[in-house]
Design a protein around this ligand. Structure first.
Ligand SMILES: [Zn+2]
Length: 458
């Protein structure tokens, strides 16, 4: 009898040693929401509501067929996690005529740079939209992924309960298990830096596909105009409490509506990979959207339409101009010709769609804060004193203006065509507007700069 008792005692001791940990307490931390800033893309512009679209920023789309160079930054991330991220990113290629070409970390010039972060650096998940990537300096990332959201925490909860290297790690560092919470556990899993980390591939797929969708120019599907009837106050309170976001950030990231132009026709798609999860309490009508981890049919369609495999140019393409290498050129008064001469200096590149541009030089007050009104109908831009040139730029063309000693773009503003400014100081603001006649969207400002003050002679 005695022997049996002793044996039982040993068994109980053994069990209590490996199963001693109580279930973690408190709520599980949730995945970070995507913080891609879309505000600029959602600003209203003059639009033609008769042409239907879908939520993608046509102005920021790459050229159809582009090979986009992508690299990982800072030598971070195991080959295993990199392989999976590349695979999920490249799923877009199945539907669109666009290539994400992953190149070595030491490649000097790339379009997209992926930074693999964690909760420790709090960069979250986000991406530049489409060709905005090209505006980011080469030493900075264009796309953040928080890999601590890709960890399979369940397997570590399991080790916590049943034993394993993670439990041993916690014991070794003298963890106080009394008031241990999920939050503590998640934090410890990240700090553990498991060389054999278990990944949650659903989360990795959903987030990676979503962020690379932004990199192709797709916007948040919940921004589809009137797609969701938000319970605004409740949503503001929630994000203030759990993310520390102010109303403006919530408007930008969560409840702001895209311009109808960017909806590209098809109807609102709650299954889109570009949709945030929406819970019943966030809406006034109890509408719910789940966590979408795979592409919807709508996602495949919009990418196929933006980047068609069966034609050279997308029917959704809009004229785009890119202005780079901006110098201030030369702005001077000429008292022989009696006027101001402006030689702006920049390089310009056009997309596959023919576009009209206006090179506009407006007069401003000496402090550069106000345009000067005019009654002159010819030297006027929206009733403000200006001189301008309209140019029709050929598709897929490049030009350099006023570079390398050349003078090949000149604007002239005669004194006699200006409002009465004799003896006063003014500045010249030079701007480039593009004119999208097909889509009835006029005067999209793409660039401007201000000169130094000039004195107007008579
Ligand atoms: Zn997003």
């Amino acid at each position: 009898m005695k022997k049996v008792f002793l044996l039982l005692g040993i068994v109980v001791l053994f069990v209590s040693e490996t199963k001693a940990q109580k279930l973690p307490l408190g709520p599980k931390p949730s995945k970070e929401p995507c913080t891609t800033l879309m505000g600029k893309s959602m600003l209203p512009v003059a639009i033609d509501t008769t042409i239907g679209r879908q939520v993608a920023n046509n102005d920021l789309a790459w050229e159809n067929g582009d090979v986009i160079l992508v690299k990982f930054m800072d030598n971070v991330g195991s080959q295993q996690v990199r392989d999976m991220i590349m695979r999920y990113a490249k799923t877009w290629e199945q539907y669109g005529n666009i290539t994400f070409k992953f190149v070595p970390d030491n490649t000097a010039e790339t379009n997209i740079r992926v930074k693999l972060g964690s909760k420790e650096d709090r960069l979250g998940h986000n991406s530049q939209l489409g060709i905005q990537c090209n505006d980011i300096p080469q030493n900075q990332q264009t796309l953040n992924l928080d890999t601590s959201d890709f960890i399979d925490y369940k397997s570590y909860v399991d080790q916590y309960k049943n034993g394993g290297p993670f439990l041993q790690y916690l014991k070794n560092k003298g963890t106080d298990f009394k008031n241990y919470t999920y939050r503590d556990l998640y934090r410890d899993v990240i700090a553990f830096k498991d060389p054999n980390v278990k990944w949650n591939y659903n989360s990795m797929q959903g987030t990676t596909t979503h962020e690379f969708g932004h990199a192709l120019g797709l916007l948040h599907e919940q921004s589809y105009p009137k797609g969701i009837k938000w319970n605004k106050d409740t949503v503001y309170k929630y994000y203030a409490k759990y993310q520390g976001w102010d109303k403006q950030k919530v408007d930008y990231n969560v409840i702001g509506a895209s311009d109808i132009f960017y909806t590209n026709g098809t109807s609102y798609d709650p299954l889109s990979i570009m949709h945030y999860p929406v819970e019943a309490w966030q809406t006034v009508d109890g509408f719910v959207v789940g966590l979408n981890n795979t592409m919807s049919e709508g996602d495949k369609k919009i990418v196929a339409a933006l980047y068609p495999k069966d034609k050279k140019v997308s029917s959704l393409a809009v004229p785009k101009i890119e202005i780079t290498n901006i110098g201030y050129g030369e702005v001077k008064t000429d008292n022989v010709k009696k006027g101001i001469i402006i030689y702006p200096s920049f390089d310009i590149k056009t997309s596959a769609i023919l576009g009209n541009v206006y090179f506009v030089a407006r007069l401003t007050t000496e402090d550069g804060l106000y345009y000067l009104p005019t009654t002159n109908e010819n030297y006027s831009w929206n009733k403000m004193a200006a001189t301008y040139i309209k140019m029709r730029l050929l598709p897929s063309s490049k030009a350099s203006y006023n570079k390398n000693g050349q003078k090949n773009l000149e604007l002239f503003f005669p004194y006699k065509e200006m409002p009465d400014l004799a003896g006063k100081k003014v500045k010249i603001q030079f701007s480039v507007y593009q004119d999208d006649v097909v889509n009835n969207r006029y005067q999209k400002l793409t660039f401007n700069f201000l000169s130094s003050p000039l004195t107007i002679q008579k």
